[in-house]
Design a protein around this ligand. Sequence first.
Ligand code: MG
Length: 390
Amino acid sequence: MTENRADEGLVPYASLESRSQGRRFAEPGPGYRGEYERDRDRIVHCTAFRRLVYKTQVFVNHEGDLYRTRLTHSLEVAQIGRSVARRLRLNEPLSEAICLAHDLGHTPFGHAGQDALNACMRDFGGFEHNLQSLRVVDELEERYAEFPGLNLTFECREGILKHCSARNAATLGELGRRFLERRQPSLEAQIANVADEIAYNNHDVDDGVRAGLISVEELLTVPLCARHHAVVVSRFPNLPERRLVHEMIRRMINELVTDLIVSTQARLDEARPADAAEVRAAPAPLVGFSPDVAAEHQALKRFLMDHLYRHFRVLRMTRKASRVIRELFAAYFDDVRLLPVEHRDAALAGAERDGNSGKARAVADYIAGMTDRFAIVEHGRLFDPRLPVA
Ligand code: MG
């Protein structure tokens, strides 16, 4: 790719478009946009992105309209990622694109769905949601005449593949190599990873309090929350709880993002990478919190694990969700004729190519693409004789 104005003002170790490893299928330049802006736009226009609105973050979509979904989560992640990338003079559109795409491969029902589908796929290569996000943008989206998927840049695809098992990495060529050689992704991808954590830890506090699963008193056992709660209460002693909680959370996010920017800049000043290749060769990620803030953030994460994700009301939904996924998988795998024609054909083609693993992969693709409510309705159609079959 030729010199591009998109690189103006960026630090030399940013992901520069002029140094991009390009797209899998060569295309004419993006015209009025930069290459990474084109990636972002393709992601926003794709089907999997729209489905995120009906996929669970923690609370299943039908439990209430005010909770985060994967779509609003992805937007919050992108907002944080953009701020951090811009402040560090890194490539903001690339970080934004990675943030918006990072959950495209998520199953219905959040982590419960992912774990259940992974268990179903145990004998057929497993199911990893990061790898599935890559599969969505590389193969499953059907939108363009000249290539499958969205044909995103290498740098965007690299960022989307946040984790990957060594076994799967070995099949991915250049993209998988960093997992085998323990190298880092670009700084823009590293930002997206941390932005994801900041977003969900904080919005899960908000959603958890709103749902009545965690109380403000319980939150005061978390140092990060207690510190900001004390400041807000001393300045605004009579604030109603809803505003108090939001005021506390916004200050928590602000502290985390500020610390992330300052600590990352300090690490970059010390490491002085000459270019993005040196960032990738570094022994550890350069984007991160200071040790004290990292420990506090970790404590918040542990609190949420104990008090929210393992709350009996959440666990009950988790159990139901696993059952829906397991039973859908078993029914389709047992008889692919139950699948809609297009997916049945994909399963038959998969079986022809790779036997049961190919068939199972097509079934997993179909299930992973479902929204929460579609999976619930479809489960009823297959298992409840009182309901219509299609
Ligand atoms: Mg996420």
